[in-house]
Design a protein around this ligand. Structure first.
Ligand SMILES: [Zn+2]
Ligand SMILES: [Zn+2]
Length: 84
């Protein structure tokens, strides 16, 4: 499933071991939850479909402003489960 979506690229190593690593366009790209109570920051799990939608939204907003998009960051503020 993940392989089909292009999220991970299989690395066929020795002894028939297949490792999976994030595809380059996803590696190093994170969205974050930030807890405004304790300051904890966590990575947000985003599906490729969601990421594409996000990129589309960002591209649309930037396009209107004549801004050329090379990336985006998203930080979601709130309270983590410990601070609920
Ligand atoms: Zn917290
Ligand atoms: Zn993103």
């Amino acid at each position: 499933m993940l392989e089909q979506a292009g999220v991970v690229i299989p690395h066929h190593g020795m002894r028939g071991v297949t490792r999976y690593e994030p595809a380059e366009w996803l590696s190093g790209h994170h969205h974050h939850f930030r807890c405004t109570e304790c300051g904890r920051v966590e990575d947000v799990a985003v599906t490729p479909a969601e990421e594409r939608r996000m990129a589309q939204l960002v591209g649309g907003m930037a396009g209107r402003a004549g801004f050329h998009v090379t990336g985006h960051t998203l930080e979601i503020e709130g309270r983590c489960e410990r601070c609920m």
